[in-house]
Design a protein around this ligand. Structure first.
Ligand code: ZN
Length: 213
């Protein structure tokens, strides 16, 4: 975009916006970019598209249609849309909806799993049932806010306890295994996480239940 100018100092970080949002500004010769933390774990090509769009904005250059399309397609994907929806509900309204549901108490489930699998060593994050009965985002760990959200769809007597336990256990593994960089690639489910997940005895049963759901 600016071939003959020296590269400015660049500060880029994920930021906890209430929505999918990305910002860029220049101050004192340094470039500051904030990327929505909802895009953590997005494929490299999408992150590149975001960088392109932000820099084009900053330097008032045309945005390549292919990059714009790549970003739009990702953000409007069902998975992203439901994740954004869930977070918007949680952050936009500021209050959490509580760990104690009608059928299951997330704190109680966390404590039991902590004792069973982690020698009670994990610090309990904020835990809450989602406000709505989200079907596309079943569980989510938000590292910026240290919060585990579980879809309220699981807070029903017809849902076996092992299914709720599996969801919480998976998010607990995210607590233990933060997103890693492998080269330039972000690894959301590193091998160590996947291996530890297999220690959950009802893994196959739980996955089958989620699939039916
Ligand atoms: Zn995961």
């Amino acid at each position: 975009m600016r071939p003959r100018t020296p590269l400015p100092e660049i500060h880029a970080s994920f930021y906890r916006f209430a929505n999918v949002n990305n910002t860029i500004r220049i101050r004192g010769g340094s470039v500051y970019a904030r990327i929505s933390d909802l895009l953590e774990g997005a494929p490299d090509t999408v992150v590149e598209a975001i960088a392109h769009i932000l820099l084009a904005k900053l330097y008032r250059k045309p945005i390549e249609p292919a990059q714009a399309a790549r970003y739009r397609k990702y953000v409007s994907s069902r998975e992203m849309a439901s994740k954004a929806h869930l977070i918007r509900n949680m952050r936009g309204r500021k209050h959490l909806h509580g760990a104690r549901g009608q059928t299951y108490d997330l704190h109680e489930i966390f404590d039991a799993l902590n004792a069973r699998f982690f020698h009670g060593l994990l610090g309990r994050p904020e835990m809450t049932w989602s406000r709505e009965h989200a079907r596309n985002s079943l569980g989510h760990y938000d590292p910026a806010h240290n919060t585990i959200v579980v879809s309220r769809i699981f807070d029903r007597p017809q849902v076996p306890r092992y299914a709720v336990e599996y969801l919480v256990y998976h998010e607990m593994l995210h607590l233990r295994h933060p997103v890693k960089l492998r080269g330039a690639r972000r690894c959301v489910h590193p091998a160590a996480l996947q291996e530890e997940e297999r220690l959950f005895p009802e893994l196959e049963k739980a996955k089958a239940f989620l699939k039916r759901l």
